[in-house]
Ligand binder design. Structure first.
Ligand code: ZN
Length: 274
């Protein structure tokens, strides 16, 4: 799933590899996906995009967007895989294939769910609007923003809920949150009310430093980039490391179902608190 590091990585790679390309053809889904949503009919994407040139790409929250010279943006969300391929190597099944004049193509596939939406900055979707308006953790004002959000939440709220729900921090989801909490030494279920000022401060700094390391690594090793390569950031608490020894203390890394997802953590380094 795309979270902020992957959104920024895909946007960078798209800027480097597809800006300037002109769309020659757009092929609709090879078979309909029950949980893929569109703006109108996917068959109508071709007349809107053919002949258009890509002028930019951006990533924010859980979204990646490709901008065209006719004012349209193609927006995909966290459940969509975007790959740049040679047309000759196109997979059998996809949701959308955008072919360029140089025989390369962007191929979009969806596993569980996904949105592939054409818009003119008027996409009426709460997640998109919150992601678009979100303050980047790399913004200078993020410190004050984080402190004020932390103060506004109930003391019974857990650390995972604070970071990864309600779109408080768009782009921090079930994946990224694990390593942030590990770096901060905070148990995913730890209540905000048990955090001292130092703990909150450390958590904020870890949000920034862990996300920075993930972005610098071209995304997490659990996710694939525009070229189908896994990210270079080695996740510490993930499906790749569950059952292995904690990198700090050697305690076996645990996995547990929590809040509609899994949490991975070290019981020694991330005490639950009171
Ligand atoms: Zn540990």
């Amino acid at each position: 799933m795309i979270e902020l590091p992957e959104a920024l990585t895909l946007a960078r790679q798209l800027s480097e590899a597809v800006v300037g390309k002109t769309v020659r053809g757009v092929l609709p889904p090879t078979k309909p996906h029950k949980f893929c949503w569109w703006s109108g009919e996917p068959a109508d994407y071709a007349p809107q995009l053919c002949g258009a040139r890509i002028v930019g790409a951006k990533g924010f929250g859980i979204f990646v967007e490709i901008e065209f010279d006719n004012g349209l943006s193609l927006c995909v969300n966290d459940g969509v895989n975007v790959r740049l391929i040679e047309v000759a190597n196109a997979p059998k099944d996809y949701q959308l294939l955008i072919e360029f004049a140089d025989a390369t193509a962007l191929v979009l596939t969806v596993a569980m769910y996904g949105g592939i939406v054409l818009h003119r900055e008027d996409y009426d979707n709460t997640y998109w609007q919150k992601s678009r308006a979100a303050m980047s953790p790399f913004d200078k004002a993020f410190k004050a923003h984080f402190v004020s959000l932390l103060k506004s939440c109930k003391p019974t709220m857990s650390a995972k809920a604070f970071l990864a729900t309600e779109q408080r921090f768009p782009g921090i989801g079930n994946g990224v949150v694990q390593d942030v909490l590990f770096a901060a030494g905070i148990h995913p279920k730890r209540k905000l009310g048990t955090l001292e000022v130092d703990d909150g401060d450390r958590l904020r700094k870890c949000v920034v430093s862990v996300l920075r390391a993930m972005v610098d690594g071209g995304g997490r090793d659990t996710e694939k980039d525009l070229f189908g390569n896994a990210g270079q950031y080695r996740t510490q608490m993930s499906k790749h490391t569950v059952g292995c020894g904690c990198p700090t203390c050697g305690t076996l890394i645990r996995k547990e179902a929590y809040m509609g997802g899994s949490v991975y953590y070290c019981t020694t380094c991330q005490p639950l608190g009171n």
